[in-house]
Design a protein around this ligand. Structure first.
Ligand code: PEP
Length: 256
């Protein structure tokens, strides 16, 4: 059985005090125990968030990025080992904002994935096409290439530790959401590609999250799709009630 997961990506938002207040609000709200709830907060909040949530069932803390280097003279960078030392267990890698604004190439992302896995962090690996690629019907090829060029060097045992997040770039922060038909179509395609490379057992057990203007109104329909195992949520994760409502959208049985 695949794990149901909702991950909140705070991006570059919240001062230390504001972030700790949001963590406390989330901790105080009743959220489905069936769902793994991941909070990808800025680095400064991680130790406090780990402390606040460690006694609660079904929460995990993620970083939003890690260095492609192990350690050394890389001013301003944070390594996977440093993240793991805080008690965080996950790390987002390959978010489209990092690919676009920080020129993160497939080669760089491969190094990040390797360092994360070597330090027992679970990568939440993001893939997705832009508007032009979707319009010209290249979206399946784009996503296939992203999987292949960064992840397919992994041994099956390592690949099976990953979470994949399908995030169409045209839907991130735009208010445009993929329809459940578009999301299910792509998630099914991703699973079939993983099946081709790593076999049925790994493809059936890999959680594939949807990200892109997911909110309390559309989460229920998106999460009811058979191959959508949850969401990576940006803007709507910045308010505890919205985030909790999205988590609690997992109430219906999956449909195709
Ligand atoms: C994201 O940043 O991963 C994301 C999906 O953002 P939003 O939900 O705001 O579109």
């Amino acid at each position: 059985m695949r794990r149901k997961i909702v991950a909140g990506n705070w991006k570059m938002n919240k001062t230390l005090a504001e972030g700790m207040e949001l963590i406390s609000e989330i901790a105080a709200s009743p959220a489905s125990s069936e769902v793994l709830k991941i909070i990808a907060c800025p680095f400064i909040h991680i130790p406090g968030a780990v402390q606040e949530l460690k006694a609660l069932h079904g929460f995990a803390i993620a970083a939003q990025n890690c260095s492609e280097h192990a350690s050394g003279a890389y001013t301003g960078e944070i390594s996977a080992a440093m993240i793991a030392s805080t008690g965080a267990t996950h790390v987002i890698i390959g978010h489209s904002e990092r690919r676009q604004y920080f020129n993160e190439t497939a080669a760089v992302l491969t190094q990040k994935v390797n360092h994360a896995l070597a330090n027992n962090l679970v990568p939440i690996f993001c893939i997705g096409e832009n508007q032009e690629e979707r319009n010209s019907n290249q979206h399946l090829e784009v996503v296939k290439k992203q999987l292949k060029e960064t992840l397919y060097h992994l041994a099956p045992a390592d690949f099976s530790r990953l979470i994949i997040a399908y995030e169409p770039i045209w839907a991130i922060g735009t208010g445009l959401t993929a329809t459940s038909h578009q999301a299910q179509g792509m998630h099914n395609f991703i699973r079939s590609e993983i099946n081709k490379k790593y076999g049925k057992e790994i493809s059936e057990n890999t959680s594939v999250l949807y990200g892109g203007s997911c909110n309390a109104e559309n989460a229920k329909e998106l999460f009811s799709c058979m191959d959508v195992d949850g969401g990576l949520v940006g803007g709507a994760s910045l308010k505890a009630t919205d985030f909790i409502n999205i988590i609690n959208s997992f109430t219906v049985s999956p449909t195709e």
